[in-house]
Ligand binder design. Structure first.
Ligand SMILES: *[C@@H]1O[C@H](CO)[C@@H](O)[C@H](O)[C@H]1NC(C)=O
Length: 471
């Protein structure tokens, strides 16, 4: 053993301790990373321990985390489990993600939610009728649209296409019970029940000024499921009066930004765009309802094989849903969950004699690498302040719809590339931080990436400028 170089012993110890803590703490996590200061020689190294599985918990949710709410032959509605991990509860614990898939010509019975609904049309086209504030508005929606439906609106809708499915991704903001919502059907029967069925006969009779049997027959005697298939003729009739919103002069009072109407996300002027990707955004400035909800909605469309520059948000938490393609995400996460803290404590007491290890524990401020493969339907939560990136796979573009929660005064900060905030370090600071000798190298590294926001990915990279040398 004595013959083994000291440095490799150290590395081995590091890897072993990482593996241990991993085994205890992160059942299905990925890689533990620390920017650890070597004890000897002042050399810094990336301490990475690989583990076999990738999970990205608790920030990543795959298909298995959705539960079916309603399922008929003509469509289904599935809801993601609650964000109830302690690391997420405070920022997004009140919100829910859901997906609706409606078959060609599917009709969705009228209902209301005790939640605001912000949706994105991932695929297909439809008609959406919203009853609220004493009137009816009928909207034609299509792929790429974003729309806000205020809580309590009675909504019915249909897929207007003959052969294509209508697929919608939505974020729900429950208003009655944080983190959970319900759907209320006025008309029911063999499918969902009508909420009227919960009232007594006397009350219904008086309230409708009609015979009980009649009320029952109308509201509780329908044989339709919550999603069923209408005829082509019926769909045509229903969508006859639908529009893209922006009603003309007639109704007074509501300003343009106040209207609810579909807004096409890809038609917004891109916030960033180059050959590696595009980002479009709808904020509270364009839509009052988003502003009221302190939210914004954006889409990052990353070209195949390219990546998003590592970035973080200053205030908003992003709930991202992959709507196209596949790839992976990586995020730096300083937090420990209860279980990992426990495991750490346990481990520490076991090794308390090992002075060296103890010191290392105290000295290092490690960041766990959260990483997961992602594909269509994956949900990723990116908390404020946490540097994170998406990398598109090689088969096609990776498109991610991002619901930004708590977005007022939010700013997205990029950490590499042309608009990297690190470029703002001034010269005296650079000398202080990197040392007289290190300054030049630091400038080189910080300046080497000339693209901004969307960059060539790990497999496309050609390191430029002769700045990388193995000699
Ligand atoms: C992403 O960009 C590609 C190429 O422009 C386009 O074909 C695709 O529809 C976009 N995806 C989304 C979801 O906007």
């Amino acid at each position: 053993m004595k013959t083994v170089a000291r440095s490799s012993l150290l590395a081995l110890a590091l890897v072993l301790s990482l593996c241990l803590s991993l085994a205890f703490a992160w059942r299905d996590v990925e890689e533990e990373v620390g920017w650890r200061r070597g004890q000897e020689g002042g050399r810094e190294e990336w301490g990475k321990g690989q583990s076999s599985s990738e999970g990205g918990r608790p920030y990543h949710f795959g298909e298995e985390s959705f539960r079916e709410w309603a399922r008929t032959r003509h469509g289904h509605f599935k809801v993601l489990e609650r964000f109830d991990d302690e690391l997420l509860r405070g920022s997004v614990g009140d919100y829910r993600v859901a997906c609706l898939d409606a078959a060609p010509r599917a009709f969705l019975q009228p209902s209301h939610y005790d939640a605001d609904e912000i949706f994105y049309v991932k695929e297909g086209e439809g008609v959406l009728v919203v009853l609220r504030k004493g009137r009816r508005e009928s909207f034609c929606v299509r792929e790429g649209d974003v729309m806000v439906i205020p809580a309590g609106s009675i909504v019915y809708s249909a897929n207007t296409h003959r052969s294509k499915w209508l697929r919608v991704v939505m974020l729900l903001n429950p208003v009655a019970t944080p983190g959970s919502f319900e759907e209320f059907f006025p008309v029911g029967g063999e499918g969902p029940n009508s909420f009227f069925s919960a009232f007594s006969d006397q009350v219904l009779q008086a309230a409708f000024n009609s015979r009980r049997e009649e009320v029952e027959k109308v509201f509780e005697g329908q044989r339709k499921r919550e999603i069923w298939q209408a005829s082509e003729e019926q769909i045509r009739e229903l969508s006859r009066s639908c529009s893209r919103g922006g009603r003309g002069g007639g109704s007074s009072g509501s300003s343009k930004e106040e209207e609810i109407k579909p807004r096409s996300l890809p038609s917004q002027k891109p916030l960033y765009s180059n050959k590696h990707g595009r980002m479009h955004m709808i904020t509270g400035d364009e839509c009052r309802h988003l502003r009221d909800l302190d939210m914004e909605v954006g889409i990052a469309n990353i070209t195949r094989g390219s990546m998003l520059a590592p970035r973080y948000t200053t205030r908003a938490t992003k709930i991202a849903v992959v709507v196209e393609g596949s790839g992976y995400f990586e995020m730096a996460c300083p937090h420990k969950t209860d279980s990992s803290r426990r495991a750490e404590r346990q481990e520490r007491s076991e090794h308390s004699r090992e002075e060296e290890g103890e010191q290392q524990q105290k000295k290092s401020r490690g960041y766990r690498q959260v990483r997961a493969q992602i594909k269509e339907g994956s949900v990723i939560v990116l908390p404020a302040g946490h540097p994170a990136t998406f990398v598109a796979g090689n088969e096609g573009n990776l498109a991610v719809i991002c619901f930004g929660v708590g977005s007022s005064n939010d700013e997205e900060v990029f950490l590499t590339g042309g608009n990297s905030l690190l470029k703002q370090l001034d010269a005296p600071a650079k000398t202080l931080v990197f040392g007289e000798q290190g300054r030049e190298a630091a400038d080189r590294v910080i300046g080497a990436q000339t693209e901004s926001v969307f960059l060539a990915g790990p497999q496309q990279q050609q390191r430029g400028g002769g700045s990388v040398s193995d000699m």
